[in-house]
Design a protein around this ligand. Structure first.
Ligand code: HEC
Length: 195
């Protein structure tokens, strides 16, 4: 396939051979051309394929549906909450949520020692310090109930989705917050001691 003929020009004494491109190379080139036409028709002209962006959204939707089914079949209970609170990656995501200055940290401070809302590191709880109590407080929030001495002001989080609530609850229940007994806001008068 190689020839000794040159293209006829020389630059600084360097000449160029006039070789044919090897067939294997040409076929990869023709193949790429054919592929590009098929790709264009499949994805753009007749739209029978999902482009990466669409495919990603569909996958996300399917994953959310799977999760929803899983949650429906496995309702949140104490065992599940304690398991999640011992899962470092899950707790880390909860920590990120908690410490955002527009989220929990706004009222409980980033270190959870309390500001407007109570100190979450002590063993004094207004609404109970058991895993399901804490989960319910975060999920539904707490409305003021002056007749019974409850101040309220804890916003609901159900509208942010179960995954958000589970993560935040896992962080509060983890050994990074609960029972760490950091000095902070003194316990509310209606708080009771609970381990
Ligand atoms: C707008 C301010 C505010 C935000 C934001 C907020 N909280 Fe609260 N939180 C409060 C207040 C106020 C209370 C006490 C309510 C009461 O005394 O009736 C409270 C109570 C609680 C309690 C119950 C404490 C107890 O002693 O029973 C938990 C747990 C809690 N918050 C966790 C969270 C988490 C987790 C987040 C973030 C997802 C969050 N809070 C966001 C204000 C807030």
């Amino acid at each position: 396939m190689t020839t000794e003929t040159t293209r006829g020009h020389t630059y600084d004494g360097i000449a160029e051979f006039d070789n044919r491109l090897p067939n294997w190379w040409l076929w990869t080139f023709y193949g790429a051309c054919i592929f590009s036409v098929l790709y264009w028709v499949h994805y753009h002209t007749i739209g029978t394929g999902d482009l990466p962006g669409e495919a990603y959204l569909l996958e996300q939707k399917a994953a959310a549906e799977r999760l929803e089914k899983h949650m429906a079949a496995n309702p949140v209970d104490e065992a599940m909450l304690l398991k999640l609170a011992a899962e470092p990656a899950f707790v880390a995501e909860g920590e990120r949520i908690f410490k955002e200055m527009t989220q929990c940290a706004l009222c409980h401070k980033p270190d959870a020692t309390g500001l407007v809302g109570p100190n979450l590191t002590d063993d004094m709880w207004i609404y109970g310090g058991k895993p399901m109590d804490i989960y319910t407080t975060i999920l539904n929030g707490r409305m003021p109930d002056p007749a019974n001495g409850f101040m309220g002001g804890m916003p609901e989080n159900a509208s942010k989705g179960t995954q958000y609530v589970l993560r935040a609850a896992a962080y509060v229940l983890s050994d990074k917050v609960r029972h760490t007994n950091l000095p902070g806001k003194p316990p509310e008068p209606n708080a009771k001691k609970e381990q």
